[in-house]
Design a binder for this molecule. Structure first.
Ligand code: G1P
Length: 295
């Protein structure tokens, strides 16, 4: 009965205020980790998970994202002429992905952003990837792990991990009953950004979802919640009362790019994993740590 998940949505309309002034003229999705824009890591995860079409919810001043995933004839010609063929391949590869765009005109929240994807999803279950959460797993991308759970249960799957108790107020927190597979919970309740006192658990939704199309009708009727925004979490809570919703504790190291320290950690660790940089960078970090570094 399960359909394949072939379509994904990446909301990218936000202002990126936490990274001002860098994000004044550059979309935050274009800030690089080493030498690739953060959105490239998200798009690669989607493609490696079997996604064929990606809808980016774009907004004002986000043209750079569209240019990035487009062909660049003048640059390509110049690279070809100077024989820089590996760079040419890199540039062409990014234009080879089926990406579609729609604009969210008003910032009414994540739930509202997802609702703009309704027509594109054409009544099929779909994936959501949030750009602030980059997940590293050496073998199986987080989204593919969720898709596998969806293929077994045929219902909405939320990608979760446990967060420190004092951090629960930054996330959608789920409550539920564990299944025989101890990584999966059947969701009974969800709260968007609860205080540590209100939080029913420390299990947070971390930017990966497979959602059934029943969510759209619910979103159309969801009132603004936390922060005056239409919250996806509120709609998912209603969905969990109508049909089963599962939380899956995915494997992999997740980086919070919405946070400056998280962003720096991602820079360091992704650089260390690179064949062309990792060795030298590690030597440098060791020397730096051993030195009496002063500002
Ligand atoms: C969003 C969601 C929240 C989720 C989080 C994951 O919040 O609303 O439920 O836990 O992403 O990173 P945001 O971080 O966009 O405020």
């Amino acid at each position: 009965m399960q359909q394949n998940i072939k379509r994904a949505v990446i909301p990218a309309a936000g202002f990126g205020t936490r990274f001002l002034p860098a994000t004044k003229a550059t979309p935050k999705e274009m800030l690089p980790i080493v030498d690739r824009p953060t959105i490239q890591y998200i798009v690669e995860e989607a493609i490696e998970s079997g996604i064929e079409d990606i809808l980016i919810i774009s907004g004002h001043a986000k043209r750079a994202i569209e240019d990035y995933f487009d062909s660049a004839p003048i640059l390509e010609m110049s690279l070809e002429k100077s024989g820089k063929l590996d760079l040419l391949k890199m540039v062409r590869d990014t234009a080879d992905i089926r990406i579609h765009y729609i604009r969210q005109r008003e910032m009414k929240g994540l739930g509202d952003a997802i609702l703009t994807a309704k027509a594109f999803m054409a009544g099929e279950p779909f994936a959501v990837l949030l750009g602030d959460d980059v997940v590293y797993h050496p073998k199986k991308p987080a989204l593919k792990q969720l898709i596998d759970v969806f293929e077994e249960y045929g219902r909405t799957v939320l990608g979760c991990q446990t967060v420190p108790h004092e951090k629960v107020s930054s996330y959608g927190i789920v409550e539920g009953n564990q299944l025989d597979n101890h990584r999966i919970l059947k969701v009974s309740n969800m709260i968007e950004k609860p205080s540590p006192e209100e939080a029913p658990s420390d299990l947070a939704v971390l930017g990966r979802y497979i959602i059934t199309p029943a969510i759209f009708e619910i979103l159309e009727n969801t009132e603004p919640g936390k922060g005056g925004e239409i919250q996806l979490t509120d709609a998912l809570k209603v969905l969990a009362q109508r049909e089963a919703v599962f939380a899956y504790d995915f494997k992999g190291k997740r980086y919070d790019l919405g946070d400056k320290l998280g962003f720096l950690k991602a820079q360091v660790e992704f650089a260390l994993r690179r064949d062309d940089l990792g060795g030298d960078f590690k030597t440098y970090l060791k020397e730096l740590a051993a030195s009496e570094f002063t500002i």
